[in-house]
Design a protein around this ligand. Sequence first.
Ligand code: PEP
Ligand code: MG
Length: 895
Amino acid sequence: SVKYTYLFGKKTDGDAKMRNLLGGKGANLAEMARIGLPVPPGFTITTEVCAYFYANGKKYPTALAASVKEGVASVEKQMGKLFGDASDPLLFSVRSGARESMPGMMDTILNLGLNDQTVEGLAAKTSNPRFAYDCYRRFIQMYGDVVMGVQARTEAETEPFHEVMEGLKKEVGAVLDTDLDVENLKELVSRYKALIKERTGKQFPQDVYEQLWGAIGAVFDSWMNERAIIYRQKYGIPADWGTAVNVQTMVFGNKGETSATGVAFTRDPANGENVFYGEYLINAQGEDVVAGVRTPHKIAMLSKEMPKAYKELLAIRSKLERHFRDMQDFEFTIEENKLYMLQTRNGKRTGLSAVRIAVEMNKERLMDEKTAVGKIPAESISSLLVPVFDPAAVKKAKPIAKGLNAGPGAATGKVVFSAAMAELENSKGSKTILCREETSPEDLRGMIASEGILTSRGGVSSHAALVARQMGKVCVCGASSIHVDYAKHLMSVGDIVVKEGDYISIDGTTGEIFLGEIPTVDSEVVRVLNGKMKPAKSYTYQLFETVMKWADKYRKLGIRTNADSPAQAKSALLLGAEGIGLCRTEHMFFEGDRIDSMRRMILASDTAERKAALAELLPYQRSDFEGIFKAMDGHPVTIRLLDPPLHEFLPHDSAARNALAEKLGVSSEFVAERCNALKEQNPMLGHRGCRLGNSYPEITEMQARAIFEAVAKVMKGRKPVKVMPEVMVPLVGFVQELKFQVAIIHRVAAEVMKEKGVKFSYMVGTMIEIPRGAITADEIAEVADFFSFGTNDLTQTGLGMSRDDSGSFLGKYKELDILAKNPFASIDQAGIGQLVKIGVEKGRGVKPKLKIGVCGEHGGDPESIRFFNDVGLNYVSCSPPRVPVARLAAAQAAI
Ligand code: PEP
Ligand code: MG
C-alpha cells in the first residue's frame, strides 16, 4: 500500500534523497535526524497527497487519516506527551515544504493543539501563564488568518488581528506587545475568538484534530495561492510538483531570556566569505526573525549571550557542511538553553557568493571540480561583470542613510512605494527602486519590476533580502533611519524628504543609500580584462578566472558571439569568445551617412542605378569588415548577407521623406510612391532574407566583393592578419535559393583572388531559420559548408508567433500553463528543438562533419545551451556580455 506519511525523530523513515516525495524541508529534517542532530520529532505528509488533493476536488486519500493518527501517536510516544492532553499538551507546527524551497510563499501554523483547556495545562506545566497565553493568542491569530481567512478586506484596511491588539494595547496603556500581562492576553484571546465568530460565523475550533486537519488543508491550499503561483512562474517550478506538509513538535524560542530563535548560514550568502553568518532574537518565535518585524542581533553576539548554544552551533555548522557538502541555510531554536534544529537547506546566494563558495569549497576538498562547476548557476557569473557606481561620482553624491548590504550591485532609479507603482513605471521603461518598510511576499511583482529594493526594517534574512539575492537584485534592507510614509507617498531621513518619483541610488554591496542618480562603472573583472587593473589586485577576478578555466576544460561546445562592430568583437574576445557566429551586415548601413546610399540603392528604378548606389556602399562595407577581421585576429567570422525587408531602411514620416527626395534629387511624390510600394502587410514573411539577394543579385555581389576585398587587404597589410570568413545566406527554405547565392559568392571570390593576386580560403553556408530549411536540410547540406540555426526566426515561423508581437499574449499563455517559458528566450525543446534536431540529423546524414551552430538569442540561454549540446551542435553564438554565462552553461551541459 502507498505510504502517505514519513516519520523523523528517533525513528526516521526518509532521507535527503527523497526530496521529490517529502519536499526539501521534510527530506532534510529526516537527514538531520539520521546524522544525529537535535531535531524535534514529527512526520511529513508526502507531495503525492498534495497531487491527490488537487486531482480529487480537495479530498484526501482514505488511508491518510489513519496514517496521520499513527504519526501523531509515534511523536506522542517519543515526547512522552499527548496531543490535546489538558495537563501537558503536545503542540505542533504545521509547515509547507516543496521540492524547491519557495521562501515565504506558502502558509505555516505554529502552536497548534492549544485550546481553552490545554492552554491551562501549558501554563501549569511551564509555571508560566503569560507564555502559555501568548502562544495561544499567536495560534488563534495565525489560525484565524491562514485557515479561517480572517484578513484585511481592502488594501487600506489594516490586518484585523493587529487592529484588535493595538486597540487593547491603547486601552491598557501598553507600548510593546511584551507589556501585555496574562490578564490582558486572556482578554486578547477572547477578543480574537469574537473577531473570528463575527467575520466567519464560525467558532474557533477547540478540537485539536479539527485544528490539525484545518492546518493541513490550509497548507495544501496555499500551494495555489496567487503569490505561490507567481513565484513558480518566475522560477519555472511545475504546478504538479505539489508541496509536502511537515507536522513537527513545537519548541519554543519565546520562553524567556534563556530561549531564542534564529537563522544562520554556514558562509556569508552575500559575498561567499567563509564565516559563520546569521542572526537571532532572544525570547522570540521563529517567524519574528524571518518576517523582519524586530531587527535581530548578529550571530556573533550569541557567543556572549548564550556561549554554550553558540559552541554547539559552531559544531553543527561544520557538521552540516561536511555532510551536505554545500553552504547551508538553517533555522534553529533555543528552548531554555537547549538547541534544536528546525530546518536546513542549500542556502540561496548571490552570484558572487555562488562563485566564491564553489571555488573555495573545491580548495577545501569539500567538492571536486565538476561538482563545483555544477554548483554555480550559469547566470550568476554575469553578476561579477555588472557595473558598480562610479567611485568619483559616489564621493560627490549625498549619502542619506545606511542599511544592511543584502544584495550586491549598484542600482539607481525612481523611488516607488508599491508593487503596483513599480510595475507601472517599469511598463513605461523607467528604472525604479522599490522602497518599503518591510517587504512581504505580496511585493514580489514589484521586486521583479524594480532595479533595487530598499527597506527600513528587517535583517539580512528577511523576505526582502532573501528574494532579492535569489533574483540577483540590488538590495539594501533595515535602513532604520528612514521613515516611510505610504499615505503621503514619501520617505524621510531627518529633514530630508524623498518623494515618489525622485531618484535615489543604492549600493547593495556596502548598504549605502544616496540621493539622486549616480552613474555606474565597470566591475573589477571587466577592469582587469581591459587591462586597467592587475589580476593580482582583484580576488573577484581570480575567482572568475578559475571558474572560466574549469568551464573551458569541460565544455564541448564552442562559444562564439553575435557582433557587428570591432568594439563588440573585442569585448567578446576578452570575455572568451572564439569567433563571431553572426555579424548582421544591415546594422552597418545605419552608420554615418551611408544610409543615404542605401536609400538610393533601394529607391533605384533600374539595375544600373542600383549598381551605382551599391558601388557607393562597397567601400564602407569593406572597411567595416577589415575592422572586424583585424579585431578577430584569425578567429572565424560568420558574415550574414542582407536580411531585413528593405522598407526598414526608409524614412517613415513625410518630412523625412521630403528631405530624402531633396537629397537624392527626385520628387517627393516619387519617394512616397516607392515607399508605399515597398510596404508589406507581413514584412517578416515578405521580401527579405535571401529573397532580396535572389531578386537583386547585385546586392549579394557587392557584399561578397566587400567581404573578399577586405580579406585580401588585411592578408596583405603591413601587419598581415589571418582571416577565416564564413559567408552566410539567410532565410533559406529551398535549396535552389541557396544555389543561386552560392554561385554568385564563388564567382566573386574567384574574381577578387585574381584581381588582387592572392589566395584565401572561405566558406559559404546558410542559416536554417524556417521550418522548410530544417526539414530539407539534407538537400541544403549538399550546397552548404556550414549551418547556423537562426532560432529567432525558426521559433517565429515554426510557432507562427510573431517575435515582435507575442508580448501581448505570452503572459497569459504562461499563466494558463500553455507555455512554461517565453519560447523566444528559452527554446521550445519539444517543438522548435525537434526542427533543430531534424536539421542536424539530415545535414550530417549528407556531410557527417558539417559544422553547425546556433546564432539566435537562445545561444545565450543556459537551458537552451544544454539542449544544443545534447543535439551535437559545434558551437553557440550569443551577445558579448553573455559569453561567460554560455561558457559555464556549456560546461554544465557536458558534465
Ligand atoms: C535568427 O533568426 O535567429 C537570427 C539570428 O537572425 P535575426 O535575429 O537577425 O533574424
Ligand atoms: Mg533571422
